[in-house]
Design a protein around this ligand. Structure first.
Ligand code: URA
Length: 233
């Protein structure tokens, strides 16, 4: 593996930050300062130090992606671009997105090869809150806030647990934030359908304590930082 890729994967920084760290002589491989990112290293046997601290080879990878619209939350698809196609050099066969966002939904998607973590974050029993920002056709009212708070029954097939709806603005097009604790198919869209409203735009802002980095443009991703990782492990 290339040294710069190894360091970025290990969460030291983005590829461009890693380049700067290398330039500044902050990285050593087997006792020698290395400034070039294209050096091939053997992650299981070479001793790599960053600021004199060993960088461990990672078994698990954790990326935060700002999912753009028009991309499917799958690992592969014969016809459509997938979220894994956005990972470029960081793509690995064992990575998968934690849960799904609709093709037209944007925002925070966690991509990992840590199945146990994915299970914990997705399990409805764990009540991990997910916050979405949405633009809604029509006026969202206090009655909608109450209906969401009490939980919704749409039809035999769809009911929703209590959710926290916050109105940011209410007009012909309203802006809201909603926190939900489950992840059924089209969950937020169906909740608004249950109160006779239509979601025009949907973006996930957070999963539990993990917040979408506002510096990431749609389509961009980065490894989780140590503290982000600890907050969800
Ligand atoms: N709810 C939806 O309706 N769509 C998503 O992509 C996520 C939550």
């Amino acid at each position: 593996m290339r040294l710069d890729k190894f360091l970025a994967n290990a969460g030291i920084g983005s590829r461009s930050e890693v380049k700067q760290y290398l330039k500044k002589g902050m990285v050593q491989v087997n006792g020698l300062v290395v400034k070039k990112g294209d050096l091939t290293i053997h992650e299981n046997s070479d001793r790599i130090l960053f600021q004199s601290q060993p960088v461990e080879y990672e078994k698990y990878y954790y990326y935060m992606l700002n999912k753009p619209q028009g991309v499917v939350s799958a690992t592969e698809d014969n016809f459509q671009k997938t979220v894994l196609d956005l990972l470029g050099d960081c793509r690995r066969n064992d990575l998968f997105p934690v849960g799904r966002l609709d093709k037209d939904t944007e925002g925070l998607l966690l991509i990992t090869n840590d199945g146990a973590l994915a299970h914990r974050l997705l399990s409805p029993k764990k009540h991990v809150g997910k916050v979405y920002y949405a633009r809604i056709e029509g006026k969202v009212t206090e009655k909608d806030v109450n209906d969401f708070r009490e939980g919704l029954v749409f039809d035999e097939e769809f009911s929703a647990l209590p959710a926290n709806l916050r109105i940011l603005s209410s007009d012909d097009i309203s802006e809201i934030e909603v926190e939900i604790f489950e992840g059924k198919f089209h969950q937020v869209k169906r909740m608004f359908q249950a109160v006779n409203k239509k979601v025009l735009f949907l973006k996930r802002l957070s999963i539990g304590p993990l917040k979408l980095d506002s510096n990431l443009k749609p389509g961009e991703f980065r490894p989780l930082t140590e503290s982000e990782l600890h907050s969800i492990l």
